[in-house]
Design a protein around this ligand. Structure first.
Ligand SMILES: [Mn+2]
Length: 323
């Protein structure tokens, strides 16, 4: 596909990032250079080699992590539009920087885009919200569409499958490069038509079922009233299924927190933490107690937890989510 040096679309490779871009580009079609990666690849703006005068749109990656790169692009004469729902830190005032930032736990970037576009591609916003595990807000956004229940469930599956595809240590773990998945779905104004027709979706459905089957074979490291913690070995299936499995645990026990740890290649643990859905707070504070930890109040993570710190993490997890 031809790519333009005039427009750069920088987006998280998860469902929220992809569905936010899909809405925008259905309403404002342009040829653009796509910049994306695995979900954990947050510092994307520094990899966008945009020339002076380019229009850069950034979606669903924390502003703070990209602040220096944004400032460099502004200095170079680029115009930047930034949509995100992660904690942004200090946001500079600049005439060429337009921000749409909202850290409410019931908002995601796809819903911010829906607001920006006045609901012009709402079914994709609903899909993105489901992908970010915002079940309630997704259903509220969908209310105006008056969809039959089975259609809503199909959008939920689509969001979950696109989201599942984004988890891995790098793109070699993934079934599909997120840019390829975006290009595949972009021709579809109707997400359901994509879900029904696309071979990519059959591939992801099969992959998720296999990875979940592998995950079910592992007993929890902690199964307490406050929450559940599961640890997986350093294997591609575990890196792919980590986020989806964490969401499944969160949905299965709405009053309990959950954490899923996967061994990195260097032996440290990468941990996804979900606060209880009924009390979606405290995950970020817990994660920040450990080096390389961060995230949102409802969902956070630690990139490299030293194996020796595991007992301390389990104790801090119980303390953070004690009733
Ligand atoms: Mn998001």
């Amino acid at each position: 596909m031809a790519c333009s040096r005039q427009h750069f679309d920088v987006f998280n490779g998860d469902a929220d990032g992809i569905c936010a871009l899909q809405q925008l580009r259905l309403c404002e079609p342009v040829q653009s250079t796509l910049v994306t990666g695995v979900k954990r690849h947050i510092r994307l703006v520094e990899t966008a080699d945009a020339p002076p005068g380019a229009r850069v749109t950034v979606l669903d990656v924390a502003f703070g992590e990209n602040r220096a790169a944004v400032l460099r692009l502004l200095e170079r004469g680029c115009t930047i539009r930034y949509f995100d729902h992660h904690h942004p830190g200090d946001v500079p005032d600049h005439p060429a920087l337009e921000t749409h930032l909202d850290t409410s736990p019931r908002i995601c970037t796809s819903l911010l885009m829906d607001r920006y576009l006045n609901g012009a591609a709402r079914a994709w916003a609903v899909t993105g919200a489901f992908g970010d595990n915002l079940d309630g807000p997704a259903r509220e956004a969908a209310a105006s569409l008056a969809l039959p229940p089975q259609t809503l469930e199909a959008l939920k599956e689509l969001g979950e499958l696109i989201n599942y595809n984004a988890y891995g240590e790098d793109v070699t773990d993934l079934h599909l490069h997120p840019a390829a998945l975006y290009r595949a779905l972009h021709p579809f104004a109707d997400p359901l038509a994509f879900l029904r027709a696309a071979p990519e979706m059959a591939l992801l459905r099969r992959g998720l079922a296999e990875d979940l089957a592998s995950a079910e074979g592992h007993a929890p490291a902690l199964d307490a009233p406050e929450g559940v913690v599961v640890l997986f070995p350093a294997e591609p299936w575990a890196r792919r299924v980590q986020g989806t499995y964490a969401n499944r645990l969160a949905n299965a026990h709405v009053r309990r927190a959950s954490a899923v740890g996967v061994a990195n290649r260097d032996g440290t643990l990468r941990v996804s933490v979900r606060a209880p859905l009924e009390r979606p707070y405290g995950a970020d504070a817990l994660a920040r107690r450990f080096p390389s930890g961060g995230g949102r109040a409802a969902a956070a993570g630690i990139n490299r937890l030293a194996p020796g710190c595991l007992p301390r993490f389990l104790a801090a997890f119980r303390e953070a989510f004690a009733n």
